[in-house]
Design a protein around this ligand. Structure first.
Ligand SMILES: [Fe+2]
Ligand SMILES: [Fe+2]
Length: 302
């Protein structure tokens, strides 16, 4: 069995200058945890994508901090921009930039039979995502290559194209139907479309394509669906990144929470979960049998 493609997607870092605290959260401190967990747990990833809203106010110091921090992560990386970013400021202060022939911060990476297409949906002066005809044409061209080379495509962009039935829909991707038309016309298999922007974890389908959004590095919002009254809840966690495991037309997305105040249960409660990949199925069966015997002994009269 070939090794699946492993892609990390981090989003909505919302960095300021070092030491900046917003909403009581130090986004740099949180980002450091994300990078630490990525290196410690997913160090063999093929690619780490930073999917926009890198800086909260497009401050040069924030981009410099971002570059300094990510330079310590030893894996291939790509950077996308979001509505909080400023393309010109990023281009002046970022490193190893992914820029296409038209000056948009977008590009592709080929990993095995997967073509990872990263789209620039940021537009100066716009909160909502914009894909102009130039970007749509570029996308159509990249999909044509995928089609000709029998690659599957994974699409990454900052603004979610799918409706969340929440107020954020007013400033998600504008004219998502234009993007959908390009995807449909390509005939390319697209196992996954993943975005950030909305600061909430969601999964579903859009136009028949699987779509996921992640809550990212800043605050998370709670579901606030059409017609709800009152104030939408915001939470300090979970801050999360996605880990995509892609194999041909299949893609599984795990959500790794790196700021997460759920209480971890004692490891001793789950002894069979120690080094599971290193042990034979017999061990697992033995552990299950032991656990079952233990459970039975507790309910049987002595
Ligand atoms: Fe954001
Ligand atoms: Fe955003």
């Amino acid at each position: 069995m070939s090794k699946p493609t492993k892609i990390i997607v981090m989003s909505d870092l919302h960095l300021g200058a070092a030491g900046t605290v917003q909403y009581g959260l130090d986004t740099a401190e949180r980002f450091a945890k994300a990078l630490g967990d990525a290196a410690r747990l997913y160090g063999d990833a093929d690619l780490c994508i930073f999917a926009g809203d890198i800086a909260d106010e497009a401050d040069p110091a924030a981009y410099r901090l971002f570059e300094d921090m990510r330079s310590r992560l030893d894996m291939p990386q790509c950077v996308l921009l979001g509505n909080h970013d400023d393309r010109d400021v990023y281009l002046a202060h970022g490193r190893d930039q992914m820029v296409d022939a038209n000056g948009f911060v977008q590009g592709v990476r080929e990993i095995g039979e997967t073509r990872v297409i990263m789209l620039d949906s940021s537009e100066p002066g716009h909160v909502e995502g914009v894909l102009c005809q130039t970007r749509l044409d570029w996308l159509a061209g990249e999909l044509a290559v995928a089609r000709a080379t029998h690659q599957k495509a994974i699409l990454v962009l900052h603004h979610n194209p799918q409706r969340l039935h929440m107020p954020v829909d007013r400033y998600s991707l504008a004219r998502p139907e234009a993007l959908l038309a390009v995807l449909k016309a390509s005939g390319v298999e697209i196992p996954l479309i993943i975005a950030g922007h909305c600061h909430i974890t969601s999964a579903g389908s859009w136009g028949g394509y699987a779509v996921v959004s992640i809550s990212g590095n800043q605050h998370r919002v709670g579901p606030f669906l059409t017609g709800m009254r009152g104030q939408q809840a915001c939470y300090e966690g979970a801050a999360q990144f996605a880990v995509i495991m892609a194999e041909g037309e299949d893609a599984t997305v795990h959500f790794h929470g790196y700021v997460d105040r759920n209480i971890e249960l004692p490891a001793a409660m789950f002894p069979w979960k120690l080094d599971q990949w290193q042990k034979t199925p017999d061990f697992l069966n033995e552990a299950e049998a032991e656990a079952e015997a233990e459970a039975v002994s507790q309910v049987e009269p002595a």
